[in-house]
Design a protein around this ligand. Structure first.
Ligand SMILES: [Mg+2]
Length: 273
């Protein structure tokens, strides 16, 4: 059986130095530097595990990163398929899947205001102390840098409701506020990749997944088996399901546990092993 393994990247397989420090120290290397600053780390064991996984299964990085943020990562493999912009884009051999881009554009058009309308909403918050900057991610959603200490629950609820009125949602994660159309979904993008794999191989692939935030939740729910890192947003929210496993350790060691579990299933060739 073919297995499709959908793995979120940040705080699931790669970690910021701060997030890595929440778990045990593991031998690792830097996979992302920006303006001379170390942004992301991957453990050596995760790296060698992903290389092995590439031979046994269809590994699909499934990230909220915009395409250029994904491309600047120094990953051990460049898998054939990658989901970027939280499902807003699929890369096939590094190039955008244009069928998927069309289908995202039409779904967005049906249920959500265009991104320009949300830029206007945030223009209205320009003088708020919590809003540091806001930028586009691949023209499909917005990411705001926020001062979390100054963003009250009331203000966040106000922002969320303004977004909801446009068919968008606001998800606060630490220093970032993700503003995404309701129609944008990693699970739908992974299903599209699964359909392409099925076309190529004639076999419906089984699905394994891992992720740390609410943006990963629908994808985890769609998988036959899924893994959630200890100490992650989903773990803190107490999200669980019978087919989901929470890792024992946080940080770089969580990624090692996840990749080891994927390899075990891939070696047997079934998600139910
Ligand atoms: Mg993540």
């Amino acid at each position: 059986m073919t297995l499709l393994v959908a793995g979120d990247l940040d705080q699931t397989l790669i970690f910021s130095p701060t997030a890595a420090a929440r778990g045990p120290d593991r031998p690792h290397r830097v996979v992302e530097v920006l303006d001379g600053r170390v942004i992301s780390l991957m453990s050596d064991e995760t790296e060698s595990g992903l290389l092995e996984l590439d031979r046994l299964a269809v590994f699909v990085p499934t990230t909220t990163r915009a395409r250029r943020q994904y491309e600047r990562l120094d990953l051990p493999t460049r898998p054939r398929y990658a989901v970027v912009a939280s499902g807003g884009g699929i890369l096939v051999d590094g190039e955008p899947d244009l069928d998927w881009a069309d289908s995202v554009a039409s779904r967005l058009h049906d249920v959500s205001s265009p991104v320009a309308a949300l830029r206007e909403v945030f223009d209205g918050y320009r003088d708020r102390e919590w809003l540091l900057r806001i930028r586009d991610a691949d023209d499909v959603f917005l990411v705001a840098a926020v001062d979390a200490d100054r963003l009250s629950a009331d203000e966040l609820a106000h922002v969320a409701s303004a977004c909801d009125g446009h068919g968008w949602r606001a998800l606060h994660q630490g220093r970032k506020l993700y503003v995404l159309p309701h129609a944008l979904d990693k699970a739908a993008a992974v299903a599209h990749v699964a359909a392409r794999v099925e076309q190529d191989t004639g076999v419906t692939p089984g699905l394994l997944a891992a992720g740390d935030t609410l943006l990963d939740w629908p994808m985890l729910c769609a998988a036959e088996r899924g893994w959630v890192p200890a100490g992650s947003e989903l773990a803190r929210l107490g999200r669980s399901a019978p087919h989901l496993t929470r890792t024992a350790q946080a940080g770089l060691a969580a990624a090692e546990e996840i990749v080891a579990a994927w390899l075990e299933h891939a070696a047997v060739g079934t998600p139910d092993a």
